[in-house]
Design a protein around this ligand. Structure first.
Ligand SMILES: Nc1nc2c(ncn2[C@@H]2O[C@H](COP(=O)(O)OP(=O)(O)OP(=O)(O)O)[C@@H](O)[C@H]2O)c(=O)[nH]1
Ligand SMILES: [Mg+2]
Length: 356
C-alpha cells in the first residue's frame, strides 16, 4: 500500500514525510525543493502485536507496513505541463491513496506560492489539476471507444462507453466529491469496466491541515469556509512533529508534547479500507494489513502468494478472546477457536492459523 503526499509547493510535504519516516530529506524554504519523489516504509505500531508476543514468547515482532511517497509540489496548470506537471501526475498515478497537505500556518518568512493563506483555494487548485488530468485521459479513451462501438453489439463495450460519458459529465462539473460519490455508487461489474482508466480522482484523499494550533482546526475551517467530513481530514503541527523526532520520551513528557502522527496512520487505514489480522507463535508475532471484506483465502495471500490457492481452512480466534484466555490451549478448551472455511470474511483483530 502506497500513500502519496501531495499539495502546493512549500506547504510542508517533505517535513511531514520526514516526521513520519524519520528519513532525512531536503526541506527548504523555496518552492519545488522536492523533484524526485522520496519513498519511505513505516511500520504501523500495534500494541496487539506487543501483547501477543509477550504471551507467546515470540522471538520476533513484525508489524504491518505502509509506504509513504513524498511527491513534488503541484501548481496550477500542472495538467498542461506547468511546474513539474506531467512528471508529478505520473507519480500520483502510481499510489493507492493521497494525503493532501494544506497550509494554514501563518509565517511571512515561508514563501506561499499564492501569497495569502486560503486553504479552500489551495485545495481547489490541487483538485482541479487532478480532474483536468483525468478529463484528458477520458477524452482520449472516449474517442477510442466511439470508434470501437460503431458497429458493435458488445454489451460490455457499450456499457463502458456509457459509463465513461457519465464520468466525463461529472468531471466537467469540477467537483471531486461528486466523482468519488459516483464511484461509490457503482456496482462491482460497472466498476471493473472503468477501473482501467486509473483516474487520479478515484484515489481516496485525506487532507492534512498544517497548522500551529491543531486544537482550533474546526474554527479555522469555518473561517475559511472549508466543508469536510471529520473522517476526511486531520490537523497537524507538522513542524513540531518534525522537531519531536529529536526529543526522547522523557523530554517530550517534560515539555508536555505528544506526537499525533498515529492518528495519521489510523485515518489512512480507514481511508484505504484496510484492516489488520494477526499471526502469532514462538517464532514471531506479526500484524498484516488486508482490504476490508477479504475472505480467509484472500487474507492468506498477504502471507504467501500461494496461500490463497492452497487454502484448506483457518483456525480463527479474536484477539480479545485469546488475550483473556491466556493461551491457545485455554481458548480451545473454552471453544473460542473457530474453524473457518473459504467464505469466511476476516475481521479486524482476528488471530489466524492457516491450514494449507
Ligand atoms: N513555520 C512553519 N514552517 C513550516 C511548517 N512546515 C514546513 N515549514 C517550512 O516550510 C518550508 C517548506 O517545507 P517543505 O517540507 O520543504 O515543503 P514541501 O511541501 O515539501 O515543498 P516542495 O518540495 O518545494 O513542494 C521549510 O522551510 C519548512 O521548514 C510549519 O508547520 N510551520
Ligand atoms: Mg518537498
Amino acid at each position: 500500500m502506497q500513500i502519496g503526499i501531495i499539495g502546493l509547493p512549500n506547504v510542508g510535504k517533505s517535513t511531514l514525510f520526514k516526521a513520519i519516516t524519520n528519513i532525512q530529506v531536503d526541506i527548504n524554504n523555496y518552492p519545488f525543493c522536492t523533484i524526485e519523489p522520496n519513498v519511505g516504509v513505516v511500520e504501523v505500531p500495534d500494541e496487539r502485536v506487543d501483547n501477543l508476543a509477550k504471551i507467546f514468547n515470540s522471538k520476533k515482532k513484525l508489524y504491518a507496513t505502509i509506504e509513504f511517497v513524498d511527491i513534488a509540489g503541484l501548481v496550477k496548470g500542472a495538467s498542461q505541463g506547468e511546474g513539474l506537471g506531467n512528471k508529478f501526475l505520473h507519480n500520483v498515478r502510481e499510489v493507492d491513496a493521497l494525503v493532501q497537505v494544506v497550509r494554514i500556518f501563518e509565517n511571512t518568512n515561508i514563501t506561499h506560492v499564492h501569497e495569502t493563506i486560503d486553504p479552500k483555494r489551495d485545495m481547489e487548485i490541487i483538485n482541479t489539476e487532478l480532474i483536468l488530468a483525468d478529463l484528458e485521459t477520458i477524452s482520449k479513451r472516449l474517442s477510442k471507444l466511439e470508434k470501437e462501438t460503431k458497429n458493435t453489439t458488445d454489451k460490455e463495450l457499450l456499457r463502458k462507453k456509457e459509463l465513461v460519458e457519465e464520468l466525463k459529465t461529472i468531471l466537467d462539473a469540477n467537483d471531486l466529491t461528486k466523482v468519488q460519490n459516483f464511484i461509490k455508487s457503482l456496482g462491482e461489474k460497472d466498476f471493473i469496466l472503468i477501473q482501467d482508466l486509473h483516474l487520479l480522482s478515484f484515489k481516496p484523499i485525506l487532507y492534512v491541515f498544517n497548522t500551529t494550533s491543531p486544537e482550533s482546526i474546526k474554527e479555522d475551517l469555518q473561517k475559511f469556509n472549508v466543508k469536510l467530513d471529520k473522517n476526511k481530514y486531520l490537523a497537524l503541527d507538522i513542524k513540531t512533529e518534525e522537531e519531536l523526532l529529536e526529543l526522547d520520551d522523557s523530554d517530550k513528557k517534560e515539555l508536555g508534547l505528544k506526537s499525533e502522527l498515529s492518528s495519521l496512520i489510523s485515518k489512512s487505514y480507514a481511508l484505504l479500507n484496510l484492516i489488520v489480522f494477526l499471526t502469532t507463535g514462538e517464532d514471531e508475532t506479526r500484524s498484516w494489513s488486508i482490504k476490508k471484506d477479504s475472505t480467509a483465502p484472500q487474507a492468506g495471500r498477504a502471507i504467501h502468494g500461494d496461500f490463497e490457492e492452497k487454502f484448506i481452512c483457518a483456525d480463527v480466534v479474536t484477539y480479545d478472546d485469546l488475550i483473556t484466555s491466556g493461551s491457545r490451549a485455554k481458548a480451545k478448551e473454552k471453544g473460542l477457536i473457530r474453524v473457518e472455511g473459504k467464505d469466511y470474511i476476516v475481521q479486524d483483530g482476528d488471530v489466524i492459523e492457516f491450514k494449507i
